[in-house]
Design a protein around this ligand. Structure first.
Ligand SMILES: [Zn+2]
Length: 330
């Protein structure tokens, strides 16, 4: 049953909705617009190396026009104390009427493209890039959001079965809502003090420094997971992250070999121990320095192919891992 290790990739597919409170279209719009190039290229690379990915997609991205977007918005909206966090607060004044004129807020064409590669999973990153631990929002708000995410995906005949929480804000009290709507797994965080996320106030400098350093040197271990261990938990299953694939930055380009080596070592560790390695990033992270980022990814995927041949290390989506966990449990 658990005779091999697994390689899971999850992508927080969000475009500008994921960064609208932190960045501007003037400063970051190009990286967002480039996701139109990044996704087709990712799909080609995944095909080439037989890799699989879970595209955790913001529900807003499924709409084709502002009219359609508004028609799916829940009546009950989160009232974050920090109003800046709410995409509803400005009445979508940055959003253009039609997806044709707005590469920052719509992605139905890309979702349809991903669907033509059925080895991948389309999952949810909530409807509105919802923050489950922020003050002011309630469980009822979250339920309304998830309901909308399920509804807008079903318009494309996509069944949502897993979730990645925006800003990795996991709220234990919301688990039963996930189950109610058929969501049976989520991506949890690495269990180390500097990877725990509370809310936006909890992004301390010290945590950031350790998180960054840990991408290059082994501070916290490999964060690989055995399926029998994960199966001992209650549903929805936690399929925790192992590592964030930090985007390439020119000013620290000398660290790139260290970053790749750290990831490859953890993958080898997982393959040998028949454990799971879970890598994640945002497609817009590849929107700048595209060549360098795809070089990093290609090294990782080549290593995956080598581990697949040598140790039968297998690519899997989150829903495929969830099915294996269900089987281990019964
Ligand atoms: Zn996000």
């Amino acid at each position: 049953m658990n005779d091999t290790g697994h390689f899971v990739i999850s992508l927080d597919f969000e475009l500008f909705w994921g960064v609208r409170d932190k960045r501007t279209l003037a400063s970051y719009g190009e990286s967002i617009a480039n996701v139109q190039k990044v996704i087709p290229k990712l799909l080609n690379f995944f095909d080439l190396y037989n890799a699989k990915a879970t595209f955790a997609t913001v529900g807003f991205l499924f709409s084709n026009s502002k009219e359609e977007l508004l028609s799916y918005c829940p009546r009950q909206k989160p009232n974050y104390i920090d109003e800046n966090l709410s995409p509803y607060a400005d009445d979508f004044n940055l959003v253009k009427e039609s997806s044709k004129d707005d590469p920052y807020h719509y992605a139905l064409n890309l979702i349809k493209l991903i669907k033509t590669h059925p080895q991948h999973e389309i999952s949810t990153h909530t409807f509105s890039h919802y923050y489950c631990l922020e003050k002011g929002q309630t469980k009822q708000d979250f339920e309304a959001d998830i309901k909308a995410a399920i509804a807008i995906a079903s318009k494309e005949e996509i069944v949502i079965e897993s979730i990645v929480f925006p800003r990795n804000q996991f709220n234990d009290a919301y688990k039963n809502i996930l189950l109610k709507y058929g969501i049976k797994s989520y991506r949890g965080n690495e269990e180390v003090w500097f990877q725990s996320y509370q809310n936006e106030e909890d992004t301390s400098l010290l945590k950031k420094i350790f998180r960054t350093a840990n991408c290059y040197i082994n501070l916290s271990g490999h964060h690989t997971y055995s399926l029998p261990d994960l199966a001992t938990n209650e549903l929805p299953f936690n399929i925790p992250s192992s590592r964030f694939l930090r985007p390439f930055q020119k000013r620290i380009s000398f660290l790139k070999p260290l970053q790749v080596r750290r990831i490859k070592k953890s993958m080898t560790h997982a393959a040998k121990k028949k454990e799971l390695f879970h890598l994640w990033w945002h497609p817009h992270n590849f929107g700048a320095n595209m060549n360098e980022n795809f070089e990093i990814l290609e090294e990782i995927l080549k290593h995956y192919k080598y581990l697949n041949t040598k140790y039968n290390f297998k690519a899997a989506t989150m829903v495929e891992i969830e099915r294996k966990l269900q089987a281990l449990k019964s």
